[in-house]
Design a protein around this ligand. Structure first.
Ligand code: AFP
Length: 346
């Protein structure tokens, strides 16, 4: 269903009246959305804003905790989100993909009940070529009685998320949000400066003929992934009995947004290059928030071996294999892993 003339603020007030968000969580989401507007402005300026290219100075690349080179916009987006969220009184602490450890709220500000995690600018290697990038965020409750949350207090499974969302900076800027009662999309009205509800209750078609994966990693994949994609590629002549199309933006936000809009499966499986780390994508900043959004839209999300939202995190920057999107297709991918593991056990 497509809606109009309902701003994010109005939507959240209505959710509050319905008892689905409390004032602190409403403020938190408003603050994150305002920060996303600022990031959208910076991204939209492109080369004119002097923000393209690598962070660091004198030819020295700046490297983040993930061991990846940081872009200027990664650093700027991180600062915007930190600054916007520090003083509002809605957070007990926050953690970013770009920072080694979580940060408690400074003593000079009031403290709230929530923990915010974010990937400030996902897909940032796409910035310099003017392809969609995005911000992903996830909200957890700070455990009772914890005044100064430490990393271990964030290590809650994705089922504990009270809200999750992303903002995609593409041809239009869109915020996609769940507070656990459906997944809703808002489009930024740039002239007015507010997010307007454009799809209430996104639904991912159960079946699909479209998959998203970085095929250049094929030779590094595990056997069940080889078998699964091998059968997709056989198309109507193979066991799946239909022809599949492939799309890969290499910005998770853009790929998942397409899947939330028209279906598909997104996958970043285990491969021998990333196996020692557990996968490529991060559980807390990418996989969990996206999995909640996808599940709330009727889709499914898995590591290939278990439901993503039930994974017990062991570290803030933990990585996992990812399969998410149309329910029927995610279940098919999982079946290949189950069959392989069952054979290996016999
Ligand atoms: P960057 O933020 O470094 O561009 O990484 C993006 C990302 O985490 C995710 O958004 C993409 O789906 C994935 O990595 C792309 O990875 P490959 O470059 O290995 O295809």
């Amino acid at each position: 269903m497509t809606s109009s003339n309902i701003s994010l603020t109005q939507f959240l007030i209505e959710e509050q009246r319905a008892g689905r968000v409390n004032p602190q969580l409403r403020l938190l989401i408003e603050v994150v959305s305002r920060a996303c507007k600022r990031i959208s402005i910076a991204v939209g300026k492109g080369a004119l804003g002097g923000v393209l290219g690598d962070a660091g100075s004198a030819g020295e690349a700046s490297i983040n905790v993930q061991g990846e080179a940081q872009k200027k916009l990664d650093v700027l987006s991180n600062e915007i989100l930190l600054e916007a969220n520090a003083w509002g009184g809605h957070l007990a602490g926050l953690a970013s993909e770009e920072m080694d450890t979580s940060q408690p709220i400074p003593d000079k500000y009031p403290r709230g009940n929530y923990l915010l995690m974010f990937d400030p600018l996902d897909g940032s290697s796409n910035i310099d070529v003017n392809i969609s990038v995005g911000t992903i965020f996830s909200v957890l409750r700070c455990p009772d009685g914890v005044e100064q949350p430490r990393d271990e207090h964030y290590l809650q499974p994705g089922t504990e998320q009270v809200a999750a969302g992303y903002c995609t900076y593409g041809p239009s800027t869109m915020l996609v949000l769940t507070v656990g009662h459906g997944t809703h999309a808002f489009t930024l009205d740039r002239e007015v400066g507010s997010f307007v509800l454009t799809t209430r209750g996104m639904r991912i078609p159960e079946d699909t003929k479209e998959f998203a994966v970085n095929m250049s990693n094929q030779r590094f994949w595990e056997a069940p992934m080889q078998a699964y994609v091998g059968d997709l590629l056989k198309g109507s002549e193979g066991p799946r009995g239909k022809d599949f199309n492939m799309r890969w933006v290499a910005s998770m936000v853009a790929d998942v947004h397409r899947i939330l809009t028209r279906g598909g499966i997104f996958s970043y499986p285990l491969d021998s290059k990333c196996a020692a780390k557990g996968g490529k994508l991060r559980l807390m900043y990418e996989a969990n928030p996206m999995s909640l959004l996808v599940e709330q839209a009727g889709g499914a999300a898995s590591t290939g071996r278990m439901r993503m939202l039930e994974v017990q995190p062991t570290g803030l920057h933990m990585r996992v294999p990812v399969f998410m999107g149309s329910k029927g297709e995610v279940e098919a991918a999982v079946r290949y892993h189950q069959a392989h593991d069952a054979n290996a056990a016999n």
